[in-house]
Design a protein around this ligand. Sequence first.
Ligand code: SAH
Length: 218
Amino acid sequence: MNSAGIGMTSNRTRQRMIDRLRQRGIADERVLQAMAEIPRHLFIDEALAHRAYEDDALPIKYGQTISQPYVVARMTEEVIRDSLPGKVLELGTGSGYQAAVLGQLAGQVFSVERIDKLTRSARRLFIRLGYQNIRCKTADGHDGWPSEAPFDTIIITAAPETVPFDLLDQLVIGGKMILPVGDGRKQKLLALVKQEHGYQETFLGDVIFVPLLEGVVR
Ligand code: SAH
C-alpha cells in the first residue's frame, strides 16, 4: 500500500464525517471546514485510528477520551456564533483535537491539561501540524490561566459538578463560558455570557464528559 492511497482514503472518510455532521444539524461552514482540514486520526492511538472519522468519543491515554466530533462541532459553533474570538481558554486539552479546531478559527488558543504526558503529546502535535497560535501547559484548570486573562471565550471540555464561577473573572464583559455541568454519567451543556453584573445562561443539550478533577499528574 502506498502512502498516497492511505491519505486519499482518510480524506474520503473525513469528508464522510463532515457529511454526517451536516446531517446531524451542524450548519456553520467555518466549523465544518476547520474539521475537514484536521487529521483527527493523528490525535488518536494508532490502534484506533481506523475509527477516527466515526462520530464517536474514543479512549485516549490515561483513561481520558477525545470528544465525539458532533460535540466538538456543537461547542465550536457556540464559540464562534457571534464573532471569531481573539483569545480562547480551553480547560482539558486531552488529545488536543478541540484546541486544534479552535486554532483554525480563533486568534490565540490557551489550553490547560492536568495530566502532563497528555500536555506534552498535544504540544508535539501542535508543532508537527504547524499551529503557532496554540499554547498549552500542565496545571489545574480550576485556576484558569490568570496571566493571559481576560479571554473572549472559556471552553471547558471536562465536567465540573457545579459551575466554577471564579473563572468568570477571567472573561471579558460579554465573553462566553461553554461547559458541561453535572455529576455521574450525564451533564448539561451550558453557555454563560458574562454581563456587567452577573451572567446570562443558555442550556445547549445533554452531554457526557469525563469529570473535571483537582490537581495535576506529573
Ligand atoms: N478537549 C479534549 C477532550 C479531553 S477529555 C479533546 O479534544 O481531546 C477531558 C480532559 O480534561 C482530560 O484529558 C482530563 O485529564 C482533563 N482534565 C480533567 N480535569 C482537569 C483539570 N482540573 N484541569 C485541566 N484538565 C483537566
